[in-house]
Write a protein that binds this ligand. Structure first.
Ligand code: BTN
Length: 273
């Protein structure tokens, strides 16, 4: 694969310029640099291998050569329904980056369903699960100029072949890959095409109430007991009862109280699985 071949393979999608890299630290970092150099809306960075792939909460994301999908899409604010965002906090209701992460996870789950008949769920806020194991992850990062959002970088990693999975000892959640579930080889470029197709299609729905219900319908552990772990190590236990209109996770704490968990530095674990 090279930039020319990939540009040709994706030419029927309304994307900006495409950059294919055989090996890079992180496609998100590369895309962020490209944002600063003036990348147009919907520019795409794809890599075969990442040596410093970034996961959420400062974790590493493993992308060995020839085994996974790793790409980052640059979205300028006007293309994602963000008019004049305030840099109040990443979890403020006006801040759409949580929805962008969901857009990435929804596009992956839709591509897996429509192209490969795989039922995928979304472990709020950013993991795509198949058979209750993580098959893909989404990392949205924002670029700012003062208080102005200049672009969002939507980074997606998908475990395609068995080689894409790190050793069990390095996992903090069970993982699986597309080829193991399907029992056959998958052309990575076909999967990439399909994910991007759904991303582009659903981008326009991101600020509509339907978007939240589509997301809610794919939530993993709905009506099940989970534990939410916050960045300070404190935890919150409750039953997932859906999403708020902003995409926050609604948890039934069990004594008649329902609370909303905002995005940001939280992770979620099922209880008794
Ligand atoms: C997570 O589940 O923690 C998020 C993982 C996101 C990984 C992707 S791979 C492409 C892009 N580049 C990165 O460095 N990270 C994202």
């Amino acid at each position: 694969m090279n930039t020319e071949k990939l540009t040709h393979a994706l030419s029927t999608l309304a994307l900006g310029p495409i950059c294919y890299l055989t090996c890079v630290g992180s496609t998100n970092l590369e895309a962020t640099r490209w944002v600063e150099a003036g990348a147009p809306n919907l520019s795409l960075v794809v890599a075969d291998e990442q040596t410093a792939g970034r996961g959420r909460l400062g974790k590493k994301w493993y992308t060995p050569a020839g085994a996974a999908l790793a790409f980052s899409l640059i979205l300028r604010p006007s293309s994602i329904g963000i008019q004049s965002p305030q840099r109040v906090s990443e979890t403020s209701p006006t801040f759409n980056l949580l929805r962008l992460t969901a857009l990435g996870a929804l596009a992956v789950s839709e591509a897996l369903l429509k192209e490969y008949s795989l039922l995928a769920e979304i472990k709020w806020p950013n993991d795509v699960l198949v058979q209750k194991r993580k098959i893909a992850g989404v990392l949205t990062e924002a670029s700012w100029q003062g208080d102005q959002l200049t672009a969002a970088v939507l980074g997606i990693g998908v475990n395609v072949s068995q080689k894409s999975l790190p050793a069990e000892t390095q996992l903090d959640f069970p993982a699986i890959c597309v080829e193991t579930v399907l029992g056959k080889q998958v052309e990575r470029v076909d999967l990439l095409y399909s994910i991007l197709e759904y991303l582009l299609e659903w981008r326009g729905k991101i600020d509509k109430p339907d978007f939240i219900s589509d997301w809610e319908n794919r939530l993993a552990y709905r009506e099940s007991q989970v534990q939410v772990i916050k960045s300070d190590g404190s935890t919150l236990s409750g039953k997932i009862c859906g999403l708020s209109p902003e995409g926050f996770l609604r948890l039934d704490l069990g004594y008649g109280e329902i609370t909303s968990v905002k995005g940001g530095a939280v992770s979620l674990r099922p209880v008794n699985q």
